[in-house]
Ligand binder design. Structure first.
Ligand code: ADP
Ligand code: MG
Length: 448
């Protein structure tokens, strides 16, 4: 390629890869100063831009130069001559490039920074969805495209979808992430049509590298919107962008969804997220309390998780509980939880056919450890963990009190039991092999 055209061609490619503010701040005033033999020198506006471009975009630029010039390139940067601005330098000209960090970009993309993977608890009901979301952050556009998450209200679809965007921006603040709801998309396209600015709309959406669209079912039945969505989807997909969608139902159950959209949605990976089980609800409560700076004791989290089975009401219940404690100037306690959320369920009422001995036997069988050892005094690692798993299951599945569990396990006191349960609860939320253990034991319990 003619060296004269080389840099504009490269800039055009960079423009597609980075967000608009990034491009304006860091690339607009760059030029290819010289290209002799294998040595390319890029001149940039000032030392700050040089630092950033050199540290973040070195390999991107080098790769593009090599691609276009068909040879190995040794890349260098220099500060260019001061660019002559038209007119006197007003405040706009001396301003440093737009503030630019992952944090800024997360806000700029309308993502809630609290909806991160770190704040997302994993259990059997959302494990698949979580694994797929993680895989996407490792190879966006390639792992699963599109990813379609569906499930009822409050199961964590929006959270998980945003976690993908947040994680990708943490890795590289220049990735263009667009997050919007089906409703926002609808409003934007309607406004664009009305104000004859559809080209702007297209520029904005079709150049996304990561397109996160929440509650996509909203666009069903709206013809102009579905049409524009189809072209947006196709443009992003063709360019290798990652698309993630959420909905309250699978594509096949969304009525008035255009056939070509349905088949696009079904062309990727479809995963449903089930309502959170008891363990997950407890873990979510612990996380939500922690985000408010409160270390919720495990027994209280479990109490709330027992009383509030609707995922939507979980955080509300926690807030109500914490506010009440503050208003009454009472410490947070189990008895306050009982008073607020009704009577404690009698042990075993939710699973009347199961007894503590079925769990004890299942744990013994699964880990291949005699019941007498589980109940005994020995504190070998191979015995302690199964014993703690047993405590956890007796609490979460049979709702036995800490004292009842202690009594069943050879007269241990309630703080030992609590410690064991907390240990396993925290493992369950992050360790896949522990999740598998629990799952396997639960399925053993039902067997004769
Ligand atoms: P959905 O979009 O499926 O209706 P959201 O993602 O809005 O659900 O989740 C509702 C609330 O529950 C949010 O505050 C979210 O952070 C929380 N939540 C749901 N699932 C989890 C989870 N697995 N870990 C942590 N918080 C969760
Ligand atoms: Mg949602």
């Amino acid at each position: 390629m003619d060296p004269f055209n080389l840099w504009p061609a490269i800039l055009a490619e960079i423009e597609l890869k980075v967000s608009r503010p990034t491009f304006t701040a860091f690339f607009l005033k760059t030029k290819l100063d010289s290209l002799q033999d294998n040595r390319a020198v890029i001149s940039v506006a000032n030392p700050l831009v040089k630092d950033i471009v050199e540290s973040r975009y070195y390999s991107l630029i080098k790769g593009l130069l090599e691609k276009h010039s068909q040879k190995k390139i040794n890349l260098q940067f220099k500060i260019g001559a001061v660019l002559k601005e038209e007119g006197p330098p007003g405040p706009l000209f001396v301003r440093a490039p737009a503030p630019f960090s992952s944090q800024n970009q997360i806000e700029f993309s309308h993502l809630n920074p609290l909806y991160s993977f770190d704040n997302f608890a994993v259990s059997s009901s959302n494990q698949m969805a979580y694994a797929a979301a993680r895989a996407i952050t490792h190879s966006p556009g390639r792992a699963y495209n599109p990813l379609f998450l569906y499930g009822g209200v409050g199961v964590g679809k929006t959270h998980l979808m945003q976690a993908i965007g947040i994680q990708l921006l943490k890795k590289d603040a220049s990735v263009k992430v667009i997050f919007c709801t089906g409703e926002e998309f609808t409003n934007e396209i309607i406004n664009a049509i009305r104000s004859k600015t559809t080209h702007k709309f297209k520029d904005k959406f079709r150049t996304a590298s990561v397109f996160l669209i929440d509650d996509v079912q909203f666009i069903a039945g709206k013809n102009a919107v579905q049409e524009e969505f189809f072209y947006t989807f196709s443009a992003i997909y063709r360019r290798g962008g990652q698309i993630v969608l959420t909905s309250d139902k699978p594509p096949s159950a969304i009525s008035k969804l255009e056939e070509r959209l349905r088949s696009r949605f079904e062309g990727g990976l479809l995963i449903d997220i089930q309502p959170p089980d008891f363990e997950l609800r407890s873990a979510i409560l612990l996380i939500k309390a922690k985000l408010r700076g409160i270390d919720l004791p495990m027994n209280i989290a479990q109490e709330l998780a027992v009383q509030v089975s609707d995922a939507r009401r979980l955080e509300g219940a926690l807030i109500r509980f914490l506010t009440e404690a503050e208003v009454l100037k009472e410490p947070i306690s189990l008895s306050l939880a009982h008073r607020l959320f009704g009577k404690k369920l009698a042990p075993g009422t939710n699973t009347p056919s199961l007894s503590s001995s079925s769990f004890i036997n299942a744990v013994s069988k699964y880990f291949n450890i005699r019941v007498s050892l589980l109940k005994g005094e020995r504190r070998l690692k191979q015995i302690v963990f199964p014993r703690q798993v047993l405590m956890f299951l007796l609490r979460s599945e049979l709702l036995l009190s800490l004292n009842e569990i202690g009594a069943l396990l050879g007269g241990r006191d309630h703080s030992t039991v609590l410690h064991g349960i907390e240990k396993v609860t925290s493992l369950v939320s992050k360790n896949e092999s522990v999740q598998k253990d629990i799952f396997a034991i639960k399925s053993l319990v039902g067997e004769k």
